[in-house]
Every structure is written in C-alpha cells, then in structure tokens.
Design a protein around this ligand. Structure first.
Ligand code: ADP
Length: 601
C-alpha cells in the first residue's frame, strides 16, 4: 500500500509517498528553512518559494499540492514520525484524539520536536481525514531498556516528578539497520548481539541484544552521548555548574551552547559538516584533526562499553551520513578492535552504498565480529510500521475463509447425460451446494481408467457446456490417469476416460483434471482481502502446531460466489480438516502474500 510519510522536524519537513512492500518512492517533498525564506521542493522538480513561514502554514500549502500530484485516493495511510513517546508508547500508535493529547503532553520532554510533529499530524488529518494516521516514535525501540540502563542516579522524587530517565532516540534507524544487518548475515536478529552506530548530524549508538535495545547513548533528551554536528554529547555535569557560576549562563544560554555551538562545530571552528572537517584536517588544520579524534574516540569508547554490556558482540554496524559514507571515520573507529574479535579489512572498506547495495562489509572473512555499513531508511521503516498497524486492524476485520472439501465429482453436458441416463433425462437435485445455484445431483456414474474404476462418482448440477471430471491425486494413481492441475472449465489437452451410466457408456476424449485449489469470493470480499481475480495466494488452515499453509491457491472473484475455499480430499486429509474448518490468507507486511503475478488468461 502507498503510505504518505511525514517527518515534520524542527527546521525542515520531509515527506514521501512510499510503497510499503517494494519501498518504491512515488513522490518526494521537502520543505526547508521553515522559519525564514522557506522553500518547498517536489521530487518532480517543481520548487515553490512561499510567502508564509512556520510548520502549519507551510504544510497547509504544500500538502494539497502533494495530494494533487499523487491523487489523494492513492494514499492508504499516513505515517508520522514523532520524536518523543515517553513511557506511554512502546510501539507505533493509531492517532486518536487521546494519542494526540498524549503527544502534546510529552512536549515538555521534547519542546522543539513534539509540537512540530503535532502540527504535521493536525494538518495531515485536515487534508486526509478519511485515512488512518499512525505515529511512529523515535523512542519506542528503546522502551526495552532495562531499569539499570535507563535510570539516572538522581533522587527518586526528582526522577519521578520530571519523568527523568533514559529514553533514547533514533530508534527507527537502530531497529531498521539491525534487522537489515541480520538479513545480510542470513541470521535472525533474535540470535545476534549488534552494536549500531547512527552517525549523522545527530549521533547515537545502541546495543541491540537479540533484537531488543538494551543500551543507547542518547538519554532523556537527544543531547547525551556521542559527539554530534552541533551537540556536545557527554560532558561532566560539574562543568555546567562551573559555567553557570562563572560565566553567568542562563538556561537558554546553556541550551544554545550545548545544542547549537558544540560538537563538531565547536571543536573544529569550521561548522558541523564532517566532509569539510575531513578536508580541512587533511590540509593540516589541527582543530579539525582534534574534532575527528574526539569524535572517533567517543564512538570507540561506547563500542567497548556496549560489548561489555552484552557480554560480547556479533556485528558492529555503521549508518547515518557519516557512518554510511566515510570510510576514514569507520576505519578510525574500527581499527584495533581485534581484541573484541572485529578484524578490520582496509581493502574492503571502500564501497559506496546505494539502493542496489545497501550493505557493505569491511571485516575479514575470519573476523568473528562482522563490521558492516548499512544504509538506513527511516522513512521506509515508518511506512512499513504504518502499513503493519493498518493491516493488523484490517486483519481483525477479515472474515475467516470457510474451507470445503470437494469430493471427486463430474460436471456433465445435457448430451452426455442423455447418453448415460436415457433420452430426455434431467438431473434431479439431492442437495444444494454452497455456491448459489449449484447442487449435488442424485445421479452418479462410474469412471474407468486404464488401471481401475471408481463407482458412485457424483454428478454436480446444473448441466454445463463441457464435461469435466475432478479427481484427487490419489484417485489419479488408482485410475492410472495423469490428470493435470487445472482451474475449473480449463479442460483442453487433458486426458479422457470411460464413463458408465445406467443406460449407456461413453469414452470421453478429455475432461479429467485435478482441481486447482481455489477460493471463491465476491468483489467485496476481494477488496477486504486485498486481492484480485486470478491472484495466487498462500492460505493457512488451522491454528497452532496443526496449522498447515497451502501455497498456490487461486483466487476466483464473481458477484455470484460465496466466500469459500475448495480443496480436494487428499489435501483435506493432509491438513486433518474437519467440518467447519477455516483458513486465513498469509499476510506479509500485513498484505496478502501473492506468490506469483496475476496469471495471463
Ligand atoms: P541527519 O542526521 O540530519 O539525517 P545525515 O545522516 O544525512 O544527517 O548525516 C549528515 C552528516 O553526514 C554530515 O555531517 C555530513 O557531513 C556527513 N557526511 C555525508 N557524506 C559524507 C562523506 N562522504 N564523508 C564524511 N561525512 C559525510
């Protein structure tokens, strides 16, 4: 499904329409310099320089334009990045009024970010009132931090009064790259201890133990931890007291100093862009050299600490603008980590990551700990979490599919019926079938193959334009006929057999098939399941240990049908299906798992 992802940050708005399964970007929009001389850029090249400023006014202008380009009907849901979820949110949440209020209340913990995120939510709801809106929190992935990692050594009263604890940020990125790394290593995150280093403008590191974040460097706010573009990261809190006493610094002054004037910018005196700092360092600028050394040293220090926290490590992953692109910084951080089992291979550390190659490995093959750079994609992760939540809700509304076992049977033409039962003979109804208008007839025939014959094969009515005999694989062996798996009605080039009735016998030249397992459904059902006529899907029948997944199930859609899956007796026996059994479409990323493309007619 197409998801509109809105990342309404403090100084810019990033928005993309992403297909949640393929990751394809349908349309991209950026709003920069929100407070002064803003500019709105669309992926198709159009640029607008509006008169207005501020998140709300700019989004009010940009969103309708984006929807006009895409067509609002093409958006299934909106995923919003929300920076602070506090202790309230440990996973993505459907944005109700109550959730909106909670996000607003959490603004005390993220005064720059949550109000901006909320503006995005409110404006998007105004322009897209009829689709689900989902909040994906930066903090949620770290909600698994154990108490010992998230508690500050401050008096309990104070901690409780101000909800002071380590929350951690960049969760979407740490989650995404740890999974991606596991996928690359052909393992599950549940069996790996991974240290993820997100090194961008903001920098943080996380210890992801068997899929759960157990430590991370950012704290109650995104100021703690690593050296960042303009943020100091860790410093001695005593230093702040000293500054307040001796330099007469106000809270606003401290905020400005630690958030805007420190980090790489403060160290280098050359701004916060690592590329410039690397260039100046190469030209001999000592402040820039020191900036790089302090930056890399801090990351190394944390890597050692996090390996100790997890009692070992299996992979160290670099991401973010610096982690993905700078082989020099990766090298500085990763050299001499041999004692940990991570052996850097300098020759391999020269790749360029792109859509085709989102993962690069730069450790030796014999390195027990893998060194990887992984391209992060927070927007895609938000799109996927949004789709998953929307589908989870939908799944709860999806009806179970009743499963019916089709015993062997024959569809017959009027001419064949008369040859077998006598001139002018008409089928008589024994009992109606679930598909409207269909019935099991009282009449049965004997079918004869080269090896054996089967008696009392029931005829299904009403009569049809073509003869067709549907048997199971076991019947096929018994009769000695090689019947192809076909959908009903497709009998061309199928084998024939002899059919005997009370008044005659006929040699059919074709018509014997093994029915392709299929689901009948109405167009309304198809919409609910997210499938089309002739799609091929996987269906799980039963629950728990006894559940069995049937692949290659054909979808048949017609207003005349009733929702029902048809399998033959062999399949029914294999799945130990009893009366009243139901099946469910196997969903991947919350969408129906289509095993193949739509078939050609
Ligand atoms: P944000 O955290 O805002 O998403 P990014 O993840 O894009 O930021 O990271 C921005 C940082 O990445 C900047 O410091 C930039 O200089 C740095 N960066 C980008 N490309 C390179 C490169 N080739 N070498 C070194 N640093 C780079």
């Amino acid at each position: 499904m197409n998801i509109l992802v809105i990342n309404c940050g403090s100084s810019s708005i990033k928005s993309e329409i992403i297909h949640s399964l393929t990751g394809n970007r349908e349309l991209v929009m950026r709003v920069e310099r929100i407070q002064k001389n803003p500019v709105i850029k669309f992926g198709d090249g159009e640029t607008i320089t509006p008169e207005v400023t501020g998140h709300e006014a700019l989004l009010d202008l940009a969103l309708p334009k984006l929807l006009e380009k895409q067509g609002a009907g093409g958006i299934a849901a909106v995923g919003h990045r929300v920076v602070h979820g506090g202790t309230e949110f440990d996973e993505a949440a459907d944005i109700s009024t109550e959730v909106e209020e909670k996000i607003a209340a959490l603004s005390t913990l993220a005064p720059l970010h949550n109000p901006a995120n909320l503006s995005g939510i409110r404006l998007a709801k105004k322009h897209l009132p009829n689709v689900p809106h989902v909040a994906v929190f930066d903090t949620a992935f770290h909600s698994t931090l154990p108490r010992r990692a998230k508690t500050y050594a401050l008096p309990k009263e104070l901690r409780e009064k101000y909800a002071m604890q380590r929350y951690g940020f960049h969760g979407t990125s740490h989650d995404y790259v740890s999974r991606k790394a596991a996928e690359y290593l052909n393992k599950s995150v549940e069996e790996l201890r991974i240290i993820t280093c997100h090194l961008g403008n903001g920098c943080s590191i996380a210890a992801v133990e068997y899929g759960r974040s157990v430590e991370t460097s950012m704290g109650m706010t995104p100021l703690e931890g690593l050296v960042m573009g303009t943020r100091s990261g860790d410093i001695d809190p005593g230093l702040l007291i000293h500054l307040m006493k001796n330099d007469d610094l106000s809270p606003e002054g401290l905020d400005q100093l630690l958030n805007k004037e420190s980090g790489l910018k403060g160290l280098s005196g050359q701004g916060n862009d690592m590329r410039d700092i690397i260039e100046k360092a190469a030209q001999g600028d000592d402040d820039c050299r020191l900036a790089i050394q302090v930056f890399a040293h801090r990351v190394r220090k944390y890597i050692g600490a996090y390996a100790a926290v997890m009692g070992g490590v299996d992979a160290i992953v670099f991401t973010g603008g610096i982690g993905e692109n700078s082989q020099m910084i990766r090298h500085r951080i990763s050299q001499r980590l041999d004692f940990l089992g991570a052996i850097l291979n300098e020759d391999k550390n020269h790749f360029r990551l792109d859509d085709e190659h989102p993962v690069g490995e730069f450790s030796w093959n014999h390195s027990r700990v893998k060194l990887l750079a992984v391209r992060t994609d927070e927007q895609l992760s938000i799109a996927r979490q949004t789709a998953a939540l929307v589908n989870k809700k939908k799944v709860n509304q999806i009806p179970p599919i009743p499963v019916a076992i089709s015993a062997r049977h024959m569809h017959i033409t009027q001419a064949t019926l008369e040859q077998l039962f006598g001139e002018g003979y008409q089928l008589t109804e024994r009992k109606p079938l679930s598909q409207p208008g269909q019935f099991a007839a009282n009449e049965t025939v004997t079918i004869v193959g080269p090896k054996n014959q089967i008696e009392r094969v029931r005829i299904l009515g009403p009569v049809r334009p073509k003869n067709q005999i549907e048997i199971s694989r076991t019947d096929e062996f018994f009769l000695g006929i090689d019947a192809p798996i076909r959908e009903s009605g497709k009998v061309e080039n199928s084998p024939g057999c002899i059919v005997i009735g009370p008044k005659g016998k006929i040699q059919l030249t074709d018509g014997v098939i093994c029915a392709w397992r299929h689901i009948h459904m109405t167009p309304d059902d198809a919409e609910i399941f997210g499938v089309k006529d002739r799609d091929i899907v996987d269906v799980k029948i039963g629950t728990g240990d006894r559940a069995l997944t049937f692949g290659n199930v054909l979808i048949r859609v017609s207003p005349k049908y009733k929702l029902e899956m048809h399998i033959d007796t062999d399949e029914g026996n294999a799945a130990e299906i009893s009366r009243g059994a139901t099946g469910a479409l196997v969903l991947s990323d919350g969408e129906a798992h289509l095993t193949k493309k739509k078939l050609k007619r």
